[in-house]
Design a protein around this ligand. Structure first.
Ligand code: GUN
Ligand code: ZN
Length: 439
């Protein structure tokens, strides 16, 4: 019995103590070249050097990864699980793409069996990619949330999700009403929020799909539901920004629409944020809201460039995470997403460092979701959601790694060239939940 409750994992590991945008990389990044991580009941009890800690083993079996790199599991701060079946669909920009691909696909989630099948596939793909926590959009159907959370509980994963609220500018089968959206979300909060490792996220899709009455109801529900999150889209596409101006002419800007209905503050996560005005940047920072930056999606839908320089200049004051935004995003891999963030930032004149990218994919994302006291780091008290990375996952990476002279160089190479093939193993709450098949 005792044996099952305790686990030990040995190997090189890294974890961020702090934000490298705020301090030096050597202060922010902890690297243990031959480390030991001890786990009890899913929580890390000791993490440090093998020689210093081996005396604590007490005879338990050690999983040893001498030639890999262990790190906290990745955090994806904005993703749509129902869109897994439309990833990589050709054409056009946001509004056309929603109408042609997204809305038809989401209508199928009225069927609980369909929802469960896609939820299972989505979470298995997250595990294969090394993502252990995500902030997830379901569809308008409450059954889509039940299916997702049931699948997450079965895998022991820490997940945040919610039913999309949309009562206008969508097809008949995908619309709720302000009252129904409120009632269904409230019932889902009672059923799921705080259960196992789950957080409920109140999810008004975006201002164009929510009437003023629905946004007001969402704000009321959020105020009534301590500890829940709120997620939505903000300023992704210039036509969308124009549309919001037409729909809410009395509001100063796009973010002011959400602010007016009480939908900003700690645990609010805004996807995209590409075309923000100065006051919107300031309000995001000052209200303690978070930005989910979705680089593969922004490139794929031609939405625009995220001002990474501005976000980085805010240092630790702004909560920022990275996100795949599948199905507008083209990969569930946070490694691919980090590489895309680097390339998109380059186009805007900012060179994202490997340390910043890996921070954002782990502890930064956890901080954006207000979960940094539980996940995103390897230290005592943290939940043991870990990934084991193979730094030589392709023949070319194996060759190129021979010419890497520092950890930072190796990390940058991984975010530039690696993908889910680099994820050798994933532990959820200390239990091995994914192991890459041998080549
Ligand atoms: N804005 C409103 N809904 C969506 C969505 O599903 N995907 C993206 N990328 N943007 C949105
Ligand atoms: Zn999205």
């Amino acid at each position: 019995m005792e044996q099952d409750r305790r686990r030990a994992i040995r190997g090189p590991w890294i974890s961020f103590r702090d934000d490298p945008m705020k301090t030096t990389v050597s202060d922010a990044l902890h690297h243990e070249p031959d480390g030991l991580i001890l786990i009890e009941d899913g929580v890390i009890t000791h993490a440090g050097d093998w020689n210093a800690l081996r005396g604590q083993l007490g005879g338990i079996r050690v999983e040893h990864y001498p030639d890999k790199l262990i790190m906290p599991g990745f955090v994806d701060t904005h993703v749509h699980y129902p869109q897994l079946q439309t990833i990589g669909a050709y054409g056009k920009q946001l509004v056309d793409w929603l109408e042609h691909y997204t809305f038809p696909a989401e209508q199928r989630f009225a069927d609980p069996a369909h929802a469960r099948g896609v939820a299972d596939r989505f979470l298995d793909e997250c595990l294969r990619a090394g993502t252990t926590t995500a902030s997830v959009y379901c569809t308008v159907h409450p059954a889509s949330v039940d299916a997702f959370f049931e699948a997450a509980v079965q895998r022991g994963m820490r997940m945040q999700a919610g039913k999309v609220l949309m009562d206008r500018n969508a097809p008949e089968g995908l619309r709720d009403t302000a009252q129904r959206g409120y009632d269904e979300s409230a019932a889902l909060i009672r059923r799921w929020h705080g259960h196992a490792r789950l957080t409920y996220a109140i999810t008004p899709r975006f201002a164009p799909s929510c009437s003023p009455g629905q946004l007001e109801a969402a704000g009321t529900l959020w105020a009534q539901s301590p500890g829940t999150a709120m997620q939505t889209h903000l300023s992704e596409n210039t036509r969308e920004v124009e549309w919001v101006r037409e729909l809410f002419p009395e509001r100063a800007n796009y973010l002011d629409v959400y602010a007016h209905y009480g939908l900003i503050g700690p645990r609010a996560v805004f996807g995209h944020c590409l075309h923000l005005t100065g006051p919107e940047w300031d309000l995001l920072r000052d209200s303690g809201s978070a930005i989910a930056h979705c680089p593969t999606s922004n490139a794929f839908l031609g939405s625009g460039l995220f001002d990474f320089g501005r976000a980085a200049a805010a240092g630790g004051a702004l909560r920022l995470g990275l996100a795949t935004d599948v199905g507008a995003g083209t990969s569930l891999s946070m490694l691919v997403t980090m590489g895309a963030a680097y390339r998109m930032a380059q186009l805007g004149g900012h060179s994202l460092s490997a340390a910043c990218a890996f921070y954002l994919a782990t502890r930064g994302g956890a901080r954006a979701l207000h979960l940094a006291d539980r996940i995103g780091g390897i230290e005592p008290g943290m939940e043991a959601d870990l990934l084991v990375m193979d730094l030589k996952s392709t023949p070319l990476l194996e060759f190129r790694m021979r010419h890497c002279e520092s950890l930072e160089e190796a990390l940058f190479l991984q975010m530039t060239m690696a993908d889910d093939r680099a994820i050798a193993a994933v532990y959820i709450g200390g239990a091995l939940r994914h192991e890459r098949a041998p080549a």
